[in-house]
Design a protein around this ligand. Structure first.
Ligand code: ADP
Ligand code: MG
Length: 619
C-alpha cells in the first residue's frame, strides 16, 4: 500500500488556523489593534466599513517594518516577539503566535503599507488568499496601515454565518473598548462608514473610562488600589447603586491584556455581596499586574483566557481589595432593598472625589473604664494624645459625603407615595439640632440621621475602632504601654511559647512588655493601653490560637492577623451597658475610622433604616 500522508500546503494550513483566530470582523480588529500597540504606537485609528464585512483598517504611527519584515510578517509562525519557548513566560507583548497576519491574509484581501522612522520610503504589499499580488516601494508615513477587505471572500459559509451589521459592529466596539481601556496612554479613534464613533485622546485611566462610557460614569466610580507582593490592582468598581442588568461594564485586564475569568468575576461578586439587588451585576474596570512568569497566556488562540499559577490567592486579594474600596467609600448595606436605588446607601456620593476623613482615632477612649466622672483621664505612660474628639460624630458621618456637595436635592429624591407626609419631618429641625443616642438590648446603639435611623452594633463597631488603632501601632511600631504595678506571670505550653517568641516584636509594637520569656511561662510588665490586666491572658490565648489557625486567605500579614484577633478579644461585648457619653464616644471613634462600615472580618458595623422604609411599614 502506498503512503497517504502529506503535508498541507501553507495556504490551506493558514486557512485552518484562521478558523481559530478569526471568527468575525471583530477578531481582525483585535489582532490589528494589538499589533499596533506592540509596535509602540502613540496614535491608532480604526476604520470600519459595513461592520467590518467590507473593510477593517488599522493605521498606527508605530515603529513600522523593513521591506523584508513586511513580507515575512504574513508567513505563519513569523513573529518578532518571541525567540524561544521560555519567552512565552515573560511576555510583554500582545502577540507572540505569529499567526494573525498569516491567518487574516488567507481569508481576505489585505493591503499593507509600512515604513520605519529612519527609512525614506516604505513598502506596500497586497495579498489575497495567501497569494502575494504585488509588492512595491511606497511613499507612506511612518508606521503601519493594514487594510483587510472582503473578509471570508473565499469561505462563503463563514461569510454567510456573519450576523447583522448591528451585531457585528457591537462585537467590534467591544474589542475596541477592551484595547482602548487597557492603554489609556495611547490615543485611539474609531470610524464607521465615514462617521467618527470614538475619539479618545491620550489620558489617565479615569478619563479613558469616562471618555468611553460617558461623562455620567465619573460619579459612579470607586477607585481600587492595592499592592501586594503577588498582585497589584488598580482601577475602579462601580458604586452598587449603578449596577447593571447586563455584564457590559465588566473588565479585567491582566498586564494590560483583556481577559475573561469567571473565577475572578466571582471574587468581585463576592465583594459586592449584600450590596446588589438580585439580577444586577457590578461594573468594574480593573487592571491586575502580576509577574508574567506566574501566568500562561498560551492556552487559547484568542488569548482571552489565561491560566494563573495561584488563582486562589488572586481571588482573595481581589475580593479584599474591592471590599476595602467599597468600605472606604462607605457603601454599606441598608435594610431595605426594595427602595429606590438612590436610597441604597446612606451617603451622597455625587461628585465625591474620594477623600478620606483625616480625623485621628481617639486613643483616650477606653470603654473598659467605668468612667462616670465624665473625663477620660489619660494614663501617665500615655503620650499626649488624649484630646477629646472635637468633631461630633455626625459631622464625620456627613464628612463622608463630601462637604462641598451636600445638596438638598439629593434628599429630595426620596419621594413618598403618601402626600400627607411632609418632607419637613426629616429634612429639617428634629435631628440636626440635638442628637440623642440610646442603647437597645445592650447590644445596639440607635440614633437618628437625616435620612432616617442608624443602628450600630456596639461590639462590631468597637472591633473596627480597635483594629485600626492596633494596626496603626503595629505598622508604625509606636507602642503605648501601660506599666503594670505588679508583673504578671502567665503560664503557657511550650508550643504556645514558641508562637509568643515568634510574634514578640509585633506584640511589643502594640504595647506589651515582656521582662522574661521562659520555657513555659512569661512575665509581663506592661500591657497596651486599654487592655485590662484581667483580660491579658485571654487576649494572648486567643491570639496564639488565631496565629496557629491563621487563614492565609483572609489575613495578609501577621500584623493584620494580630490586630484582628486582639480587636475581637478586646471589643466591648453585647450585654455591656454604655452610658450616653460612652455611646457618643463610640460613634465618634467609629466614624473617624478609615473604614467605619465593616468589621475587620467584613461584617457590617451599622445599618441605616431609611425613612422611606419606615413609611412603607405604615402603609
Ligand atoms: P504576532 O503579533 O503574534 O507576532 P502577527 O501575525 O500579528 O504575529 O504579526 C507578525 C509580525 O509582524 C509581528 O511579530 C511584527 O513584527 C510584525 N507586525 C505586525 N503588525 C505590525 C505593525 N502594526 N507594526 C509593526 N510591525 C508589525
Ligand atoms: Mg499580532
Amino acid at each position: 500500500m502506498s503512503d497517504i500522508i502529506q503535508l498541507l500546503p501553507d495556504h490551506v494550513a493558514n486557512q485552518i488556523a484562521a478558523g481559530e483566530v478569526v471568527q468575525r470582523p471583530a477578531s481582525v480588529v483585535k489582532e490589528l489593534l494589538e499589533n499596533a500597540i506592540d509596535a509602540d504606537a502613540n496614535e491608532v485609528k480604526l476604520i470600519i466599513k459595513d461592520a467590518g464585512k467590507t473593510l477593517v483598517q488599522v493605521i498606527d504611527d508605530g515603529k513600522g517594518m523593513s521591506t523584508t519584515d513586511a513580507r515575512l510578517s504574513f508567513e505563519r509562525h513569523a513573529t518578532s516577539k518571541i525567540k524561544s519557548a521560555e519567552d512565552l513566560f515573560q511576555l510583554n507583548t500582545k502577540g507572540f503566535r505569529g499567526e494573525a497576519l498569516a491567518s487574516i491574509a488567507a481569508i481576505a484581501h489585505v493591503e499593507l503599507k509600512t515604513k520605519e522612522a529612519d527609512s525614506e520610503l516604505g513598502t506596500a504589499i497586497i495579498i489575497e488568499g495567501s497569494a502575494v499580488k504585488s509588492q512595491e516601494v511606497a511613499v507612506t508615513p511612518k508606521g503601519t496601515s493594514v487594510a483587510v477587505k472582503n473578509l471570508f471572500f473565499n469561505i462563503p459559509a463563514r461569510r454567510n454565518f456573519l450576523k447583522s451589521d448591528t451585531v457585528e459592529l457591537r462585537h467590534i466596539t467591544d474589542e475596541f473598548h477592551r484595547v482602548a481601556l487597557a492603554h489609556p496612554n495611547i490615543a485611539f479613534a474609531m470610524y464607521h462608514n465615514g462617521s467618527e464613533l470614538f475619539n479618545l485622546p491620550e489620558s489617565n485611566y479615569r478619563q479613558r473610562v469616562v471618555n468611553i462610557f460617558g461623562s455620567k460614569t465619573n460619579e459612579k466610580l470607586v477607585p481600587v488600589n492595592e499592592e501586594t507582593e503577588v498582585l497589584k490592582v488598580t482601577g475602579f468598581v462601580g458604586k452598587p447603586e449603578y449596577s447593571k442588568k447586563t455584564k457590559s461594564e465588566q473588565f479585567f485586564f491582566v498586564n494590560h491584556r483583556f481577559i475573561k475569568s469567571p473565577y475572578l468575576n466571582h471574587a468581585i461578586n463576592a465583594a459586592f455581596d449584600g450590596l446588589l439587588k438580585d439580577g444586577y451585576h457590578p461594573s468594574y474596570f480593573l487592571n491586575l499586574e502580576v509577574d508574567p512568569k506566574t501566568i500562561d497566556i498560551n492556552i487559547h488562540p484568542t488569548k482571552t483566557e489565561i491560566k494563573f499559577d495561584d488563582e486562589h490567592t488572586l481571588y482573595a486579594i481581589l475580593r479584599a481589595s474591592v471590599k476595602h474600596s467599597l468600605g472606604q467609600f462607605n457603601i454599606a448595606p441598608v435594610l431595605d432593598f426594595e427602595s429606590h436605588s438612590s436610597l441604597n446607601t446612606p451617603y451622597n456620593y455625587k461628585d465625591k472625589s474620594g477623600k478620606m476623613p483625616t480625623i485621628e482615632v481617639d486613643r483616650s477612649f477606653n470603654p473598659f473604664k467605668d468612667d462616670v466622672e465624665g473625663q477620660h483621664t489619660p494614663q501617665k505612660s500615655q503620650p499626649a494624645f488624649s484630646k477629646a474628639p472635637t468633631a461630633h460624630w455626625e459631622s464625620l458621618y456627613v464628612g463622608l459625603e463630601s462637604k462641598e456637595t451636600i445638596d438638598q436635592s439629593d434628599f429630595d429624591e426620596m419621594t413618598f407615595e403618601s402626600h400627607a407626609v411632609d418632607k419637613q419631618i426629616f429634612t429639617s429641625n428634629d435631628v440636626a439640632s440635638e442628637k440623642t443616642t440610646f442603647q437597645l438590648r445592650q447590644k445596639y446603639i440607635v440614633t437618628t440621621i437625616k435620612s432616617g435611623m442608624l443602628v450600630i452594633d456596639q461590639n462590631r463597631a468597637h472591633q473596627r475602632i480597635l483594629y485600626e488603632d492596633l494596626l496603626k501601632h503595629l505598622t508604625i511600631k509606636e507602642a503605648t504601654t501601660q506599666q503594670l504595678l505588679f508583673p504578671l506571670h502567665l503560664h503557657f505550653s511550650k508550643s504556645d511559647i514558641k508562637i509568643i517568641n515568634q510574634i514578640k516584636d509585633d506584640l511589643e509594637s502594640t504595647g506589651f512588655l515582656f521582662s522574661e520569656i521562659k520555657d513555659e511561662s512569661v512575665v509581663i510588665t506592661g500591657v497596651p493601653v486599654g487592655v485590662p490586666e484581667s483580660e491579658v491572658s485571654i487576649v494572648l490565648e486567643q491570639l496564639i490560637s488565631d496565629v496557629e489557625h491563621g487563614v492565609p486567605d483572609q489575613n495578609f500579614s501577621a500584623s493584620d492577623l494580630m490586630a484582628k484577633s486582639m480587636a475581637k478579644s478586646l471589643a466591648i461585648k453585647t450585654g455591656q451597658s454604655l452610658n450616653a457619653e460612652e455611646q457618643e464616644h463610640l460613634l465618634n471613634s467609629l466614624f473617624a475610622c478609615k473604614e467605619p462600615s465593616v468589621t475587620p472580618s467584613n461584617k457590617s458595623t451599622f445599618i441605616t433604616l431609611e425613612v422611606g422604609a419606615i413609611e412603607k411599614k405604615f402603609m
